[in-house]
Design a protein around this ligand. Structure first.
Ligand SMILES: [Zn+2]
Length: 481
């Protein structure tokens, strides 16, 4: 049996207001001018200046916020923050690189080590993104909007064994980046790009490493790694050798395709960036940055399971959707203030099925829902106390969203309350018994199930508002007479 050995290199565009070495707006920022104007992102070469275009005589200046973002991530991953760090030039020639070199970090990255989901992290460093090349009708166009966007690179140790593990790691990293407001890390938008180094081996020696690129979704990460493991096994089984190369993932054919050989190692001739002074990390407010690290996804999972008595599977929706989770927590505290003994399960069920169904149907976020957590908690109180049936609760949710009113007011206005008046129910039961003599006869002969038919007839009379337990009890009493 072959053992797969996988390491990841993950690039992430940081959502700072401005670019890495100049004052141009960062199109990857989710807030601020660049995003709110909405224009810059679509219009090519709008966010550019002599610095990010590498005009002669210009000087870069490092973006402090970008450095702080990487330091913060390093702390969250329990990495080591060194005392000093510096930028280096990585030299290569390509049309997407205006300077002819990329400012990156070589031997003194901002973060060393760390761990996430039992996978060791080698390093995290900061560099600048390249321009975007567009190939159309035989022409190649360059859009420099992306040139100089702060780009973080995280490299893992080869601790990963399956495509699934790689995805779990990347997903957790994405959550942490979002929780720390470092990046939206949206893979489809290219804000997070994953490359996998895959090799297989029968013993403890490393096999020949193949680098897999073009992984634009979590699905692609998993499929490409699984495919590559199988491909390498087949190559070795045929007695051939795995080539040291870069391969791209072909999303349509679901295969990896050779892009370029790596027989000749690249010589990037790294050397210290002379235009940027080395960084003294002790000059950063590290305690202040540490204090900005609030609850991380894993801590939140543990707290939710304990505090709200939910299962790990139930909690996951709140880990991914923080607006929904805030709504849940506020609603629960409202519920507890009225009914201290109530458990959260019913509220969880209505929130994740009915409320979520409604906002999905309307294609709005929970923030646009016209039901305040207080009113939602009131609805749950009514349901817990049995004052409304689940049928009514479902209708109420729609009415509440449409009017913004609290459920008691709607019940009063629309006469939706559950009917628990024995005399009123008794009257209709007598009527139904008289109108259905055959069913009553069958029941008395022992066909107990027919009671459901009679209950249904009665319920229809009350438009679903009769208390179902009371209805059943009264029928049983009447039919045994
Ligand atoms: Zn610029």
């Amino acid at each position: 049996m072959y053992k797969p050995i996988i390491g990841l290199e993950i690039h992430v565009e940081l959502k700072t207001e401005t670019k890495m070495f100049c004052g141009c707006l960062n199109p990857s920022a989710s807030s601020g001018q660049a995003a709110s104007s909405g224009q810059e992102e679509k219009q090519p070469n709008a966010n550019i200046c002599p610095i990010c275009l590498a005009h002669p005589g210009t000087l870069p200046k490092a973006n402090k916020k970008a450095v702080e973002a990487v330091l913060k991530l390093g702390m969250a991953l329990n990495g080591k923050i060194p005392e000093t760090s510096k930028f280096d030039r990585k030299n290569y020639f390509y049309p997407d690189l205006p300077k002819g070199y990329q400012i990156s970090q070589y031997d003194k990255p901002l973060v060393l080590g760390g761990e996430l989901k039992d996978i060791k992290i080698t390093r995290v460093h900061l560099e600048e993104d390249t321009a975007r090349l567009l190939h159309q009708n035989g022409d190649s166009l360059v859009d420099f909007n992306r040139a100089g966007v702060p780009l973080m690179e995280l490299v893992t140790e080869p601790d990963i064994k399956t495509g699934e593990e790689a995805v779990a790691f990347a997903k957790e990293l994405q959550l942490i980046l979002r929780y720390l407001s470092i990046s939206e890390a949206n893979m489809e938008k290219g804000q997070m790009r994953v490359e996998a180094n895959v090799s297989i081996s029968k013993d403890d020696k490393f096999g020949t490493k193949v680098e897999v690129k073009n992984l634009n979704s979590f699905r692609a990460v998993k499929d490409a790694i699984d495919y590559e493991i199988k491909r390498q096994e087949e190559v070795l089984e045929k007695g051939e050798k795995v080539r040291h190369e870069t391969r791209g993932w072909d999303e349509n054919k679901k295969i990896t395709v050779s892009q370029r050989g790596k027989e000749k190692a690249h010589d990037y001739r790294y050397f210290p960036e002379p235009d940027l002074p080395p960084m003294d990390i002790s000059k950063f407010d590290l305690d202040g940055l540490r204090a900005q690290i609030t609850e991380l996804p894993q801590q939140k999972r543990e707290r939710f399971i304990k505090e709200y008595d939910l299962t790990p599977e139930q909690v996951e929706i709140f880990i991914e959707n923080r607006d929904l989770s805030d709504y849940f927590e506020t609603s629960v505290s409202e519920l507890k203030s009225e009914l201290p003994s109530a458990n959260c399960q019913l509220l969880y069920n209505y929130l994740t099925s009915d409320i979520r169904g409604l906002i999905n149907e309307l294609e709005i976020g929970i923030k646009k829902l016209n039901i305040s957590p207080e009113n939602f908690a009131d609805l749950i109180v009514l349901a817990v106390k049995g004052e409304i049936s689940s049928r009514i609760a479902k209708d109420l949710i729609r009415e509440m969203h449409a009017s913004g009113n609290d459920p008691r007011q709607i019940i009063k206005e629309k006469g939706l309350g559950q009917i628990s008046d024995e005399k009123e129910i008794e009257k209709i039961i007598q009527q139904v018994i008289e109108e259905n003599p055959l069913a009553v006869e069958d029941y008395k002969k022992g066909k107990q199930n027919i009671i459901q038919f009679l209950i249904g007839k009665t319920m229809k009379n009350f438009k679903g508002r009769a208390n179902p337990e009371l209805l059943k009890k009264l029928f049983e009493e009447n039919l045994s007479k």
